[in-house]
Every structure is written in structure tokens, then in C-alpha cells.
Design a protein around this ligand. Structure first.
Ligand code: UD1
Ligand code: UDP
Length: 363
């Protein structure tokens, strides 16, 4: 069976790394295809380096663009590679435009699609990701759900049971590996100017938060308010989308908010381990906060990761300063001893076993 693994953005590289490593470990051949949806060195190459990933055999050089432009370029450019390489199965992960286009090109060629992290739903069609993941789930052949929650969602949407496998999330595999490397002392990580636990770690890149002036101003003002209330600094390794919008709207950041360039995986995990709390609209970081037992405030009105809320690690706050204060007070008055619902760190191995036919047991 000829396998292609398709990556495109920062979280896909991080979450597909364990599957790539699993193929390498088993000596199974695969073709790595990079759409280059993310292309800046600190959103792309740094992760290949940190995670010791092979250089992609094909680079689609897609870069920035509208949804239609990115999707169309990937569709057109990947199709001939899938044909020339005689690919039988394509892995895609998550909900980006790369996932939709990579999966769609494959399925139209009747090439099998394995969707890693299937069945997540925010039920918010304002998010482009929601459209992508619904579409991919409905044509994929292997749906790798994280927990029983996604399995139930997929079954309710009429997807045949035999396509769905509950396997956990590869983020646990990646994160465990990264934490081990940091703890081994072999890795140099950046030390921020601010002391451990004296900062809140921020990430925000959702279009609803950062693409329009009013919500972006509201977010900045709320971050400033909580920083002052709790006597912390907001440290924000800033996504290029958010940075360019702050510049576009000519916004000035208060001294309580320190932005920095996006950092590599080891540096970011180290920043997460040492923060007082994470405030984020990222999907993956809600999971990582839960796994690392760090309080997480989600800067959105919904989440496709309800397990983290149920576990007690994540509180939905939107951009509202009062809700953020309440959530932080809640976390600072309890132990962060919740269970991690996202898996046992063996998800990649389970997925490869299922695809190659020798695994019958779900997680
Ligand atoms: C994309 C995904 C989103 C995911 C996020 C991870 C879609 C629809 N969205 O959003 O689901 O959570 O990646 O970070 O696929 N840019 C750079 N350098 C880069 C990448 C982006 O400068 O390496 C800038 C460009 O101006 C670009 C903008 O950021 O236009 C947005 O990038 P894009 O990949 O379109 O969307 P993200 O917001 O990164
Ligand atoms: N991340 C990183 N450096 C940063 C910010 C995030 O390595 O400066 C990692 C983070 O640990 C997580 C992933 O990037 O694994 C999340 O990516 P992002 O928030 O861009 O995407 P999402 O998960 O929302 O799709």
C-alpha cells in the first residue's frame, strides 16, 4: 500500500509527526507532501527541525490566499502527485484548508483517506474549520476519533460504524516526547524575561477575534485588565495573522502585553509549563493545557474540545474580562488534578496498526 502523509500548517506538522515517526520506526515507506500553507520559518521549518522530521518529497508552495485560492491550488497541485506516485491512501489531520483539499483530491481519485482527529464539532459555521472537518469526515474512509464523544457525533451524522476508530489524539504522543526531551536537559529552551508563573501565555488567531478592529480591541483591553488585576504580564507569541491585523488597525499594545515572534515547539511547551494560565483560541492548545495540567481559558464562545471543559481544565470565556477574572479565580483556588481524556501517547502506533490491518481493538 502506497501511503502519502499531507501536512500544511503548524498544528498538522506537530500532530502528524508521531505518525511519520511510526512509519519510519516500522520501516514502512511513505511520501511526505507539504502544501506550505504555512511557510514562514517560525510557523513551518522550525517544527521539522524540532521534531526531526524528514524533508517533504513534494512541496506545493501554496502560501497565503483566500480560502478558495488555497483550496484550489492544493487540489490542482496535489492531484498529479497522487497519480504519479500511485498513492493508495492519504493521511490528513484536523480541519485546515490543506486537509479539505488534500482529502478531496484523493477521494475524487478513489484513493482512500484517513482523517486523523475526526468528528470534532464546534457547531459554529462561522469557523472555516467547521466546514472543512464536516466535509472531510463525510468522505473519509478511516475516521480516527479522539474519544467516544466524536464517535457518537459521527454515528449521529450517519457515518458507518466500521469506519470510525476511537484512538486518542496524537498530540499526547508529540507532547510526551517533547516534555521528555526538555526534561532530559539536552534541549536549550528560551528563557523569557518574566519569571515562571508571573505571566499568562496568550495565543489568538481566529478570524472572529483578530480580523476585525472591534473584537481585536476588546480582546486586547480584556487581556490588559486581567494582567493588571492579577499582577501578571501577558506573553503573546503572536500568530502572523494577528500581528498583521494589529499593524493594519494601527493598535498600540499596553505595557502589560508583551508580544514575541511565534516560537518552536520546545520553546512553546516550556512556556506552557511555566505559565500561570493559558488564554487561547487555539484548538490544540486547549488539549495541551489539559494534558500538562495548566489552567486554560478559551477565548471563544464554543469549543470542539468539550472533553477539556468536562475534565475541568478549560473554561469558555469569550473576550469578556469579567468571565476571565472569574475563571482565573476559580483555577487559582483549586488543584489542577484533572484527568487527561485525550489518550495515552500510543495513538500513532494504534492508527498505523489499524491502517495496515492488524489492529482490532479500539482505545
Ligand atoms: C490556519 C488554519 C487554522 C489553524 C491555523 C493554525 C485554515 C482555514 N485555517 O489558519 O485552522 O488553526 O492555520 O495556525 O486552514 N501567515 C504568515 N506566515 C505563515 C502562515 C501564515 O505570514 O507561515 C500569515 C499570512 O498573512 C496569511 C495569514 O497569516 O495570509 C493566515 O494564514 P492561513 O494559513 O491562511 O490561516 P491561519 O490563520 O494560519
Ligand atoms: N505552538 C508553537 N509555537 C507557538 C504557538 C503554538 O509551537 O508560538 C504550538 C502549540 O503547542 C500547539 C500548536 O502550535 O501544538 C497549535 O497551533 P495553532 O494554535 O496555530 O493551531 P490550532 O491548534 O488552533 O489549529
Amino acid at each position: 500500500m502506497k501511503i502519502a502523509i499531507v501536512v500544511g500548517t503548524r498544528p498538522e506538522i506537530i500532530k502528524l509527526a508521531p505518525i511519520i515517526k511510526e512509519y519510519e520506526k516500522r520501516g514502512l515507506p511513505f511520501t511526505l507532501i507539504h502544501s506550505n500553507q504555512h511557510y514562514s520559518a517560525n510557523m513551518d521549518k522550525v517544527f521539522f527541525k524540532n521534531l526531526h522530521l524528514p524533508y517533504p518529497k513534494f512541496n506545493l508552495n501554496v502560501g497565503p490566499g483566500t480560502h478558495a485560492q488555497q483550496t484550489a491550488k492544493i487540489l490542482e497541485r496535489i492531484e498529479k502527485i497522487l497519480l504519479e506516485e500511485k498513492i493508495d491512501l492519504v493521511y490528513v489531520q484536523g480541519d485546515t484548508n490543506t486537509v479539505l483539499a488534500g482529502g478531496l483530491a484523493a477521494t475524487k481519485l478513489r484513493i482512500k483517506v484517513a482523517h486523523v482527529e475526526a468528528g470534532l464539532r464546534s457547531y459554529d459555521l462561522e469557523m472555516p474549520e467547521e466546514i472543512n472537518r464536516i466535509a472531510v469526515d463525510h468522505f473519509a474512509d478511516y475516521l480516527f476519533a479522539v474519544t467516544e464523544v466524536q464517535k457518537r457525533i459521527l454515528e449521529k451524522e450517519g457515518i458507518p460504524k466500521q469506519k470510525i476508530h476511537v484512538v486518542g489524539n496524537t498530540i499526547v504522543d508529540s507532547l510526551n516526547n517533547c516534555v521528555d526531551m526538555i526534561n532530559s536537559g539536552k534541549i536549550e529552551v528560551i528563557r523569557p524575561e518574566v519569571n515562571p508563573k508571573e505571566y499568562f501565555l496568550i495565543t489568538a488567531h481566529r478570524p472572529t477575534n483578530v480580523d476585525y478592529e472591534t473584537p481585536l480591541k476588546e480582546l486586547i483591553s480584556s487581556l490588559d485588565e486581567i494582567a493588571r488585576e492579577f499582577n501578571k504580564i501577558c506573553l503573546w507569541p503572536i500568530h502572523p495573522r494577528s500581528k498583521s491585523n494589529i499593524e493594519k488597525f494601527n493598535l498600540t499594545l499596553p505595557s502589560s502585553i508583551k508580544i514575541m515572534e511565534p516560537v518552536g515547539y520546545f520553546d512553546f511547551v516550556n512556556l506552557m509549563q511555566n505559565t500561570a494560565a493559558l488564554l487561547t483560541d487555539s484548538g490544540g492548545i486547549q488539549e495541551e493545557a489539559c494534558i500538562l495540567k495548566i489552567p486554560c481559558l478559551t477565548l471563544r464562545e464554543n469549543t470542539e474540545r468539550p472533553e477539556s471543559v468536562e475534565a475541568g481544565s478549560n473554561i469558555i470565556c469569550g473576550r469578556d474580562a469579567d468571565r476571565m477574572k472569574k475563571a482565573l479565580n476559580h483555577f487559582f483556588n483549586r488543584d489542577c488534578n484533572w484527568e487527561n481524556p485525550f489518550g495515552d501517547g500510543k495513538t500513532a502506533s494504534r492508527i498505523v496498526e489499524i491502517v495496515h490491518g492488524s489492529c482490532v481493538n479500539d482505545f
